[in-house]
Write a protein that binds this ligand. Structure first.
Ligand SMILES: Cc1ncc(COP(=O)(O)O)c(C=O)c1O
Length: 285
């Protein structure tokens, strides 16, 4: 049984809970982060905390505590759970209030954290390619804020699983792929150029995305941050998808089109190896 953190208390996860009038539960008036944990350490902790602070600020939700205090609580939660490999989920809602649309000011935010155990990142196993489907991007116009309002992503991913795929890549009204339901989307063109969509309000600025771009730059790989269409993706030499949970995962089929040989290609293999050494070197290149 794992231990959860809820508003200052460490509780058995099964009996931990929040108030039914919590605005996170009633209105999805809440933001979250998922940190990967490797060898007992939070991967890209600073990047995740910066994004959390930005999400809170964009929605004028009070930070639940200082950054320093938050990092101490996160470390304590890893300790009490003896967690070496897995992830830490952190959610901050605006707080508890009688159900009414206008957001009250100065509520005490609700802070919840849980952990999930996972295997260590395995660079060989990570080469196993996955299929993705494409579907319409039904989300709101501020996908850059990491809110718990995830229903469109839930529906897209459910459709992907029902169609035998691991992820859904989302299409905007112009036929461009924005990102995955819970990951950032990447292609490698026939000219060996790495492409991922530029960040704006249409996608979440993934922390893994940021790290992969840094690793690409440091290792002299050509890349461009720009929108790419479904047609371009189907004609790609390789593709992959990234998130804190899956890290780097090759995409070998998009809808009914197989990419290349249908296996992890050389470019993607390089990215996986770079990411693996990044993890092994304590999150520095
Ligand atoms: C919509 C969306 N895009 C991208 C990502 C990847 O972000 P990160 O690499 O920070 O986990 C996620 C992760 O949950 C996501 O939900």
């Amino acid at each position: 049984m794992s231990t959860a953190y809820v508003n200052g208390r460490y509780l058995p996860k099964a009996s931990a809970g929040v108030h039914i009038e919590d605005r996170g539960f009633q209105f999805a008036d809440a933001v979250y982060e998922v940190f990967a944990v490797q060898d007992g350490r939070l991967v890209d902790e600073d990047g995740h905390l910066q994004r959390l602070e930005r999400s809170l600020d964009e929605l004028s939700i009070q930070p639940p505590m200082s950054r320093k205090a938050l990092t101490l609580v996160m470390r304590q939660l890893l300790r009490v759970n003896h967690l070496r490999y897995g992830s830490l989920y952190l959610q901050v809602s605006r707080g508890v209030a009688p159900r009414d649309f206008p957001a009250p000011q100065n509520l005490t935010p609700t802070l919840v954290m849980t952990v999930t155990r996972q295997k260590a990142f395995d660079a060989v196993a990570a080469r196993k390619g996955v299929n993705v489907i494409t579907t319409h991007d039904l989300r709101w116009k501020r996908c850059d804020i990491k809110t718990v309002q995830l229903l469109a992503g839930v529906l897209a991913k459910t459709e992907a699983v029902a169609r035998g795929a691991a992820e859904a890549w989302l299409l905007d009204d112009k036929g461009f792929i924005t990102e995955g339901s819970a990951s950032n989307a990447w292609i490698i063109t026939q000219n060996d150029e790495l492409i991922t969509r530029h960040t704006d309000h249409a996608i979440l600025g993934g922390i893994t995305r940021q790290t992969v771009l840094k690793l690409a730059a440091e290792n002299g790989l050509k890349y461009e941050e720009r929108a790419f269409s479904l047609a371009e993706a189907l004609a790609a030499r390789e593709a992959f998808t990234t998130s804190s949970i899956i890290m780097v995962r090759p995409v070998v089929k998009i809808d009914d089109t197989q990419l290349g040989s249908g296996e992890c290609g050389p470019f993607c293999r390089t990215i996986i190896e770079l990411y693996d050494s990044y993890l092994k070197n304590g999150f520095s290149a």
